[in-house]
Design a binder for this molecule. Structure first.
Ligand SMILES: O=C[C@H](O)[C@H](O)COP(=O)(O)O
Ligand SMILES: C=C(OP(=O)(O)O)C(=O)O
Length: 387
C-alpha cells in the first residue's frame, strides 16, 4: 500500500496525530517569584508540617482535621471559608490541628471539570497559566489567615509550582497504584495521606507508602521548567487514609484494626487518617456528621490509632451542577463537585471532635498507665528528627 503525504504534513508523521498545538507553560521559579510567600505564610507551612508529623508519630496527642470544600472553584468563597475556619482552628487548637482542604486538581471517574488549575475560568478554555497563578495566589492568601493547607497532588509536574505552600498532601484513591504518584510522593516535603483504592483495598495504600518511603529517580522538570532527571530521598511521613470503598465504608473499629495490622506487618507506624466523606458516607453529605460522631465517640473512649479525619465542608450544604461558561448561575459557597456539609454543621463537628480528644486525654490520665499513642518501638528508624 502506498501512503501519500500532503506537502504540509508534519516532518514526523508518526508523532502528534492527536495533539493540537503545544503552548508554553510558565516556569515554576517565575510563578514563585511573581507570587511570593511572606515569612508569616512560610512559617504557617512549616509549623503545619511539623505539627502533623508530631501527631502522626504519636508525640502529640491532638487530632488532625482536614476540612474544606471538595474542590475550589471560587477563590472569594474559599477565602471567606478560610477566615471562618481560621478563627475556629484557633479556638480548638489545644485539641485539634486544623488544616484547610484546598483542592485545586480533581481526578474524575470519567469526565468532568478537572479543577481550578486546569480550567480557572470554568468555561472549558483550560487556561492553565492563569490556573496556576490563581491557585498559588489563593494558597498564599489562605496561609496569611494562619491556616495550613492540604491538597491532593494529581499532575506530576504541578507540585513544583505550589508545594512550598502545602503542609499536608494526599494521593487519591484513583492514583494510589500509580508508580508515577508513588515516585512523586517520595520527593514531597510534607506528610502525605494515601487513600485506599476506590475498590476499598487498603493493601494498595500500604504498598504505596512502602514505595514512597524510598528514594527514586524519574523524569520531571526543574525550577525553570526544563525536562530533568529528578532524584528523591524518600518520604517517611506517609500514612493511610481510609476513605471507604465502592461497596462498603471502612471507618469502623474492625476496619481500623485491620488497617493498623497491615501497617504493622509492613513495619510501618500504626496511625492513620479517616475520610468521613467519599466511600465512608456514600457521597451523601448528610452522613458525614454520623461518621464524625462515631469517630469522636471512639476517640473519647480511648481508641488511639486515629491520627486525623477529613471532612468535605463549605459555606453552603450540598452540591450544584456546573455548566461551563454559565458561572452566573452558581450559588455562592456551594460545591460544584462532591456534596459538602455547611459551615454551621462543620462548626458542630469540629467542636465535637475537640471535646472527644479532651475526653480521651482525661481517660488516659485517669488510667493506671499513661498509654502512649504509638509505642516507641513502632516508630520507624527513618523518622526525621523533629526540631
Ligand atoms: O472528591 C471528588 C470526587 O469524588 C472525585 O473527584 C471523583 O469525582 P467524579 O466521580 O464525580 O468524577
Ligand atoms: C478525590 C478525592 O478523594 P478520593 O481519592 O478518596 O476519591 C478527594 O478527596 O477529593
Amino acid at each position: 500500500m502506498t501512503v501519500t503525504q500532503s506537502p504540509d504534513a508534519s516532518p514526523t508523521p508518526s508523532l502528534d496525530s492527536r495533539v493540537t498545538p503545544v503552548e508554553p507553560l510558565l516556569a515554576p521559579a517565575a510563578l514563585r517569584e511573581e507570587i511570593p510567600m511572606s515569612p508569616t505564610a512560610g512559617e504557617t507551612v512549616l509549623n503545619g508540617r511539623y505539627e502533623i508529623a508530631q501527631v502522626l508519630n504519636g508525640q502529640n496527642d491532638r487530632l488532625v482535621v482536614v476540612a474544606g470544600p471538595c474542590s475550589i472553584h471560587d477563590p472569594c468563597a474559599a477565602l471567606t471559608y478560610a477566615e471562618r475556619l481560621s478563627d475556629l482552628a484557633r479556638r480548638v487548637s489545644g485539641s485539634l490541628v486544623v488544616v484547610m482542604r484546598v483542592y485545586m486538581e480533581k481526578p474524575r471517574t470519567r469526565l468532568g471539570w478537572k479543577g481550578l488549575i486546569s480550567d480557572p475560568h470554568l468555561d472549558g478554555s483550560n487556561d492553565l497559566n492563569s490556573g496556576l497563578r490563581v491557585a498559588r495566589s489563593l494558597m498564599v492568601d489562605i496561609l496569611e489567615t494562619g491556616l495550613p493547607i492540604g491538597c491532593e497532588f494529581l499532575d506530576p509536574l504541578t507540585p513544583r509550582y505550589f508545594s512550598d505552600a502545602v503542609s499536608w498532601g494526599s494521593i487519591g484513591a484513583r492514583t494510589v497504584q500509580s508508580q508515577v504518584h508513588r515516585q512523586l510522593t517520595s520527593g514531597l516535603s510534607m506528610p502525605v495521606g494515601i487513600k485506599n483504592a476506590t475498590s476499598g483495598h487498603v493493601e494498595d495504600a500500604v504498598d504505596a507508602i512502602v514505595a514512597a518511603s524510598k528514594g527514586h529517580v524519574f523524569p520531571g522538570i526543574d525550577d525553570d521548567g526544563v525536562a530533568s532527571i529528578v532524584s528523591t530521598s524518600g518520604n517517611p511521613e506517609c500514612h493511610v487514609v481510609l476513605r471507604g470503598g465502592s461497596t462498603a465504608p471502612n471507618y469502623g473499629p474492625s476496619d481500623v484494626a485491620n488497617a493498623l495490622e497491615l501497617l504493622g506487618s509492613a513495619g510501618l507506624p500504626q496511625r492513620l487518617f479517616i475520610d468521613a466523606s467519599h466511600g465512608n458516607s456514600g457521597k451523601d453529605h448528610e452522613r458525614q456528621p454520623h461518621v464524625a460522631a462515631d469517630i469522636a465517640r471512639r476517640i473519647a473512649g480511648g481508641e488511639i490509632g486515629i491520627a486525623g479525619i477529613m471532612l468535605e465542608s463549605f459555606l453552603a450544604a450540598g452540591r450544584q451542577d456546573l455548566v461551563l461558561g454559565r458561572t452566573e448561575r452558581l450559588a455562592y459557597g456551594q460545591s460544584v463537585t462532591d456534596a459538602c456539609v455547611d459551615w454551621e454543621q462543620t462548626t458542630r463537628m469540629i467542636e465535637e471532635l475537640a471535646e472527644a480528644v479532651e475526653a480521651g486525654r482525661s481517660l488516659r490520665r485517669a488510667g493506671a498507665e499513661d498509654t502512649p499513642l504509638l509505642a516507641e518501638a513502632a516508630l520507624p528508624a527513618t523518622l526525621p528528627a523533629l526540631a
